[in-house]
Design a protein around this ligand. Structure first.
Ligand SMILES: [Zn+2]
Ligand SMILES: [Zn+2]
Length: 722
């Protein structure tokens, strides 16, 4: 095939399987990675030049590239990442590319800023207002117009008058960068000997080659200081750094720490930013003016051209898995990107994922341990409360022993935390008179009462109704009863038991992110005695006065048929228990459980996390589960159950034979209906060295095409089994 340099393949940012051919008009120069706008149907679409065209297309049938943007081309490493993620997740490459190109605002040349400078000539007429402007402009520096107005307190017309009088001149200045470059030497941390040893282990990884370190250390053990110094090394070497956090919108303390260490705020990347801010960060990353980014998982697709280090804080966190659109796991894809970029990765956690621990055990990742708890504080003493023997009275949720401990912590002027990972008032509402149970009309899920807002709400689709006064089935008044506890109900019990304590509820539905950040600050300042919270409180916050933690239902995560249930429960219990006694006091944590002999509970009580990992790895290996095997879920959904089930059965019979692949299902998914769509699940399991993505792609290609409202969603390495 003859390659005509005036024809190129362009990947467009829409869900299509491959690039299209376009003509390069005379006078336009593009290379692989150039960002362009091309006509697609009736409109222009963003795309990226992918290389020479795949097929011969008649020259005269091609359309021209409409424009090439004046920005550096995307790096080869990023284009390869797009292809890799698409191949692995089975998402169309154009859809993955959209995660890279998301910000079109960034592509226009930034508007210059109007600025003013003194000419040296004085105006004939000097008013007080004019004098104030000239005072500000004393040194010969040019001032941006907005800043000049702010500093002199005059209106724009005063400045324009001075310009007409020839006393000041107007200039155009390049727009200032969105953030100043971080200074790797601004405030070098004094590391403890153990932290120094950890940093040395990370520094020993060749900075020009791919390498992964697991930074494994207890909560409060000083991991952040260590990876900041590793980031500083990367910046000194002239490369860019990316730090991913699971809950970026709430981690102002992390941003403050970065600012203290590097002398300037990092560029941020998360959902609370405006499109203009995102555009400026995106462009800065691409043109190299932004050297360090702190972001949520989607920052993984930012157009770095000199990426030298990726840090994933709380690497085990479920928030790193994206489960809409492209189903990728940011931890795994970060490792892929680092491999393509010859960069280093630090995976940081107090409770590493079983996958990562296994890689460290096998020597594929450097295992960097930090065992000393920061500022001499110890992990809390952990005790289980056997709910079968020592549980609370019916209708209550706080066991007597826990209540006593909470009470005495408050008496001593310390803080206590009651934790239940369930939003709302009660998970189930039923009618005392007729037994009617309130279920979402569109999902196979109970309606959860949120008494605070006066609604019943479905946690799967968000459907909500006002909590009815009379039973909607039998019409009986005041007959609805709440079954089981949610966090609001625990708060109600806490109010009755500890009426004098200053109490606060923390749950993601209790306010905006800004309001929640305020609550966290108030807790840090000691303005509350008793914190009642969901998973929101388990992450990354320092509550120095907190000395007693009660987990009201430590079994909550163990109930589902999820192979990662034990791991997730272990992680969240460790995180929550680790909130106690973080600064100087030894804390106490109490786990209310019906299964005190479960390996997770035993590992918590004895503090023997190695026993937990050993047990968990053994169980995974025996079951052929990750990381010893691979899983892929296929969710078939349709408006009617029979349509979904029949298609899933046909899909199963079309499955190619392959050695070592086991197929399960089809069966109704645990949440069998969501938003009115019936869901049927097939699961494929293989050995760890098998290309399961390739197998599923081949399988779907040989199956009957989906028609009508049928959908097949593929989730490679599923993290949720709902
Ligand atoms: Zn009823
Ligand atoms: Zn619903």
């Amino acid at each position: 095939m003859e390659h005509r340099p005036d024809i190129v393949a362009v990947m467009v940012g829409v869900a299509v399987e491959g690039p299209y051919s376009y003509r390069v008009p005379a006078g336009m120069a593009v290379v692989r990675g150039s960002i362009v706008a091309v006509p697609l149907g009736p409109r222009l679409t963003l795309g990226v030049v992918w290389g020479p065209p795949k097929d011969m297309v008649a020259h005269n049938r091609l359309r021209d590239i409409a424009m090439a943007y004046d920005v550096p081309p995307l790096s080869e490493e990023l284009l390869k990442l797009v292809e890799w993620v698409a191949r692995y997740t089975l998402a169309p490459p154009g859809q993955v590319l959209r995660a890279v190109l998301r910000s079109s605002e960034a592509l226009d040349t930034p508007k210059p800023v109007i600025a003013y400078r003194r000419t040296g000539r004085d105006p004939e007429k000097l008013t007080p207002a004019r004098l104030r402007v000239l005072d500000v402009l004393m040194d010969e520096m040019a001032w941006p117009k907005a800043a000049l107005i702010g500093a002199s307190g005059v209106s724009a017309s005063v400045i324009e008058g001075l310009e007409r009088a020839g006393a000041v001149e107007r200039l155009e200045m390049a727009a200032p960068p969105i953030v100043l470059p971080p200074d790797p030497d601004a405030a070098i941390a004094k590391l403890s000997p153990e932290q120094q040893a950890a940093l040395a282990q990370i520094s020993a990884l060749d900075p020009h080659k791919f390498g992964v370190a697991l930074l494994d250390g207890v909560t409060g053990g000083g991991k952040t200081e260590v990876f900041f110094e590793a980031v500083a090394e990367t910046l000194r070497a002239g490369r860019q750094a990316l730090i991913l956090l699971p809950e970026i919108a709430l981690t102002h303390t992390f941003l403050d720490r970065f600012t203290r260490r590097f002398g300037t705020r990092p560029a941020e990347w998360h959902s609370e930013m405006t499109p203009v801010q995102r555009g400026r960060v995106w462009r800065g990353v691409l043109d190299g003016t932004v050297r360090a980014v702190v972001g949520a998982r989607s920052a993984l697709f930012l157009p770095f051209r000199e990426l030298g280090m990726l840090v994933l804080d709380e690497e085990h966190d479920g928030a790193y898995k994206q489960s809409e659109g492209v189903n990728y796991h940011a931890r795994d894809m970060a490792v892929v990107r680092a491999h393509l970029a010859n960069a280093r990765v630090i995976l940081s956690s107090a409770t590493p994922s079983v996958e990562t621990r296994n890689n460290a055990n096998g020597g594929r990742y450097a295992h960097v341990m930090l065992t000393a708890r920061f500022a001499e504080a110890a992990m809390p003493n952990i005790t289980t409360i056997d709910m079968r023997v020592d549980g609370p009275e019916k209708g209550q949720w706080i066991a007597p022993q826990l209540a006593r401990e909470v009470f005495s912590a408050i008496e001593r002027g310390e803080q206590a935390l009651l934790f239940l990972n369930r939003r709302g008032y009660a998970p189930l509402t039923l009618c005392r008179s007729c037994g009617h149970q309130y279920q979402c009309p569109d999902c196979s899920a109970w309606m959860v009462e949120h008494r605070f807002r006066g609604v019943l709400m479905c946690h799967h689709c968000g459907h909500e109704v006002r909590t009815p006064k009379v039973c909607s089935a039998c019409g009986e008044a005041d007959a609805l009863i709440a079954v089981g506890p949610g966090i609001e109900r625990v708060a109600e019990e806490a109010a009755a038991r500890f009426p004098d304590a200053r109490r606060v509820i923390l749950s993601s539905d209790m306010g905006s992110n800004a309001q929640l950040r305020d609550r966290f600050s108030e807790i840090e300042r000691g303005e509350f005695d008793l914190i009642i919270g969901t998973q929101l409180v388990s992450k990354g916050h320092h509550f120095e006065k907190l000395s007693v933690v009660g987990v009201l239902d430590a079994d909550l995560g163990l109930a589902h048929g999820d192979p990662r249930a034990g791991e997730k429960t272990f992680q969240i219990l460790t995180q929550v228990a680790g909130r106690a006694g973080r600064a100087s006091k030894t804390g106490k944590a109490f786990l209310q459980t019906y299964h005190p002999d479960h390996p997770v509970m035993r590992a918590m009580v004895t503090g023997d996390r190695e026993a937990f990992y050993a047990h968990e790895l053994q169980a995974r290996e025996a079951g052929g589960l990750p990381p010893f095997g691979r899983l892929a879920a296929l969710i078939v959904s349709a408006n009617e159950h029979d349509v979904a089930m029949n298609y899933a059965k046909k899909l199963l019979s079309a499955a190619p034979m392959a050695e070592g692949v086991r197929l399960f299902g089809p069966a109704d998914a645990p949440i069998a209906m969501v938003r009115g769509r019936h869901r049927v699940r097939l699961l494929a399991q293989s050995g760890k060295d098998f290309d399961l993505s390739g197998y599923v792609r081949f399988w779907l290609a040989s199956a009957e095409k989906v028609t009508g409202n049928l959908r097949v969603q593929v989730d490679i390495d599923p993290m949720s089994f709902m």
